[in-house]
Design a protein around this ligand. Structure first.
Ligand SMILES: [Zn+2]
Length: 265
């Protein structure tokens, strides 16, 4: 009798496990992150979407990482970086924010494609190699706890975690908090974005020991106007960080951002 019960229990466990695997297949079918068409081998993108991803390459602005049309010499700065020097030392992004990149960001953000984070982080590591070489720790741009509770997921933290693991750097999501809720940046103009996030971040009590005197690599999914990462950088500097570099998966290139545009986030 006892033996039977053990067998039944084992059977139930096996059934649950196979249902689990089935559910995982349903949740994560091998579909392209760009066009959502089924692909034969699980991966990030199909053959048609690959060429539609624009990887950012040198020559680029030494501070903002925005590509130049032609070689400008080592350390050359873009007009934007000269006119408006950011509080962070350097920013880099893996890809331009459009089309396929946007689909990937949205896929990760709404939590149905957590499998994308390692891919995205790998491309970020390539674009941010110099930043990673100098970094002491990796810190994601935090969500406000209320938004985190409703979504249970911070896409920037997923990217930062994957990046830190791949780069052998400490991942410190507790080094920075969002101390007040902010409106979604979607649909806001450049000036409104700045106002919206001003003073929104802080190094919490206890965390200054993590950042003081250290070089922080701040990670976010998309760099739009830079308002969010600038506000986060200022908070980290106030918390004693020696310097802050910014690494994002995608970047809205200057000229692509339209105030209030529905297609930028
Ligand atoms: Zn595709």
């Amino acid at each position: 009798m006892a033996g039977n019960r053990v067998e039944i229990r084992a059977g139930i466990r096996e059934l649950a496990a196979s249902l689990g695997r089935g559910a995982a297949r349903l949740l994560f079918p091998p579909v392209c992150a760009g066009c959502r068409r089924q692909v034969v081998t699980p991966g990030a993108l199909c053959g048609a979407c690959w060429p539609r991803l624009r990887f950012l390459e040198r020559p680029w602005c030494a501070v903002l990482g925005t590509p130049f049309a032609y070689e400008m010499g080592e350390g050359a700065l873009s007009p934007e970086a000269i006119a408006n020097p950011p509080p962070f030392s350097r920013a880099r992004a893996a890809v331009a924010y459009s089309g396929v990149a946007r689909e990937m960001v949205q896929g990760l953000k709404y939590n149905d494609r957590t499998d994308l984070a390692p891919w995205m982080a790998r491309w970020m590591a390539r674009a941010g190699a110099e930043l990673i070489a100098d970094a002491d720790l990796v810190v994601p741009v935090p969500l406000h706890w209320r938004r985190f509770l409703s979504r249970h997921f911070n896409q920037s933290a997923e990217l930062a975690r994957a990046l830190a693991a791949a780069s052998n750097l400490p991942f410190e999501p507790g080094a920075l908090v969002r101390r007040r809720g902010t409106r979604q940046q979607v649909g806001l103009g450049a000036r409104e974005r700045e106002d919206n996030v001003r003073g929104a971040f802080a190094v919490p009590p206890g965390a200054p020991a993590l950042v003081a005197g250290r070089r922080v690599l701040l990670v976010d999914d998309v760099y739009t106007t830079g308002a969010t990462v600038a506000a986060a950088t200022k908070a980290l500097r106030r918390g004693g960080a020696k310097a802050v570099d910014v690494l994002t998966f995608a970047r809205v290139l200057p000229g692509d951002f339209r105030d209030g545009g529905a297609d930028t986030i």
